[in-house]
Ligand binder design. Structure first.
Ligand code: ATP
Ligand code: MG
Length: 319
């Protein structure tokens, strides 16, 4: 949600005092962003009592819904119209846009999984550039937030893509975030992203979603905790996507899944959690001289549908 904002400090909610509002302000500055919190996580992060957190979040949500004219329920036909009229972002590759039904739609989470060298990071760079294009050229005339958990963000690759699709000064419109551990990642996402999104960021990239969690939550006994934390982060990304009309792109690793008749199949890692959170799951692979992106799971595209592309000095292009 962009435009005018109301500071949390100016809220008037019965039973909630100034001290509480100040504590909350340190975590979330504006009422518009407060509306995205669950009361439990607000209570925990701001160190306030749960009943006060409930009252604050409810008040914030009421204000935001009224402001945006959002209702709690829509008729199916109305909802269909809303979904159809969403903005879409070009991948910069015609064949991939076609596969995705016209590009990458705001509110959706796109997961790109694949082995090393399959183009995940190259694609993320490209999207951080195409998002800057004007709508007439398939962009969202917006900025990108690039969360680089693996340290592979490359200004040169951004410039190279920008030269091809004709975006001037692309690095001025990309916020790069380089969290070193899960705690920092969560902190960035919860506390820093709102101001970047308000500054017209329309794309959130997380390359990769799994690396930090794998490094930190080791062994089987940590698996449940790891899944819960990944879920927590993805849930935030989902709320932002909806609230700020943004596209979310995450990358993931693949696992070999043995199948009874022999040939191991590559499936996205991260179990049920990432599977549920991603709207569209795509698997990328190399096939000789070209690369392939294949639909693994999507509510709108048949499984197995695929597009071919190549990676050149100038980024991803049609094969
Ligand atoms: N400047 C370039 N010119 C041509 N091709 C390039 C260039 N830079 C990278 N590539 C191609 O992109 C591939 C790397 O893709 P990318 O970095 O996106 O892999 P990835 O899927 O992110 O892998 P990982 O899992 O290791 O992060 C290289 O193997 C190479 O073929
Ligand atoms: Mg990579």
């Amino acid at each position: 949600m962009r435009g005018e904002h109301t500071p949390v400090k100016e809220m008037k909610v019965s039973g909630v005092g100034k001290l509480t509002l100040e504590k909350v302000s340190e975590v979330v500055e504006y009422v518009e962003d407060l509306a995205l919190f669950n009361p439990e996580e607000l209570a925990e992060r701001a160190e306030i009592e749960l009943d006060k957190a409930v009252a604050l979040v409810r008040a914030a949500r009421k204000l935001v819904k009224a402001k945006l004219g959002i209702r709690r329920a829509y008729k199916g036909s109305e909802y269909a119209r809303i979904l159809e009229s969403r903005d879409a972002l070009t991948s910069g590759v015609e064949t991939i846009d076609e596969l995705l039904g016209g590009g990458m739609f705001i509110w959706d989470i796109y997961e790109f999984a694949g082995e090393f060298g399959t183009g995940k990071t190259q694609l993320c760079h490209q999207l951080a550039v195409t998002v800057q294009l004007p709508p007439a050229l398939g962009g969202l005339a917006g900025k990108a937030v690039y969360i680089d958990t693996e340290g592979t963000f490359s200004p040169q690759r951004v410039e190279a893509v920008a030269g091809r699709v004709e975006v001037a000064k692309p690095l001025e419109n990309i916020y790069v975030v380089r969290p070193m551990n899960v705690d920092e990642l969560e902190e960035t996402v919860i506390e820093d992203l709102p101001s970047l999104l308000r500054d017209n960021a329309r794309l959130i990239v997380v390359d990769s979603i799994i690396a930090l969690y794998r490094a930190e939550f080791k062994g089987r006994e940590m698996l449940a905790a790891r899944q819960q934390r990944i879920n927590y982060l993805l849930d935030w990304l989902k709320r932002y996507a909806r609230h700020y009309n943004a596209v979310v792109a995450i990358t993931n690793q693949v696992l070999s899944q043995p199948v009874p008749w022999g040939v191991a199949m590559k499936i996205p890692a991260g179990g049920n959690i990432i599977a549920h959170a991603s709207t569209h799951r795509l698997v990328m692979r190399r096939a000789g001289d070209v690369w392939v992106v294949e639909v693994f799971d999507s509510p709108t595209i048949p499984r197995g549908a695929a597009a071919r592309f190549v990676i050149t000095e100038k980024g991803l292009e049609k094969a």
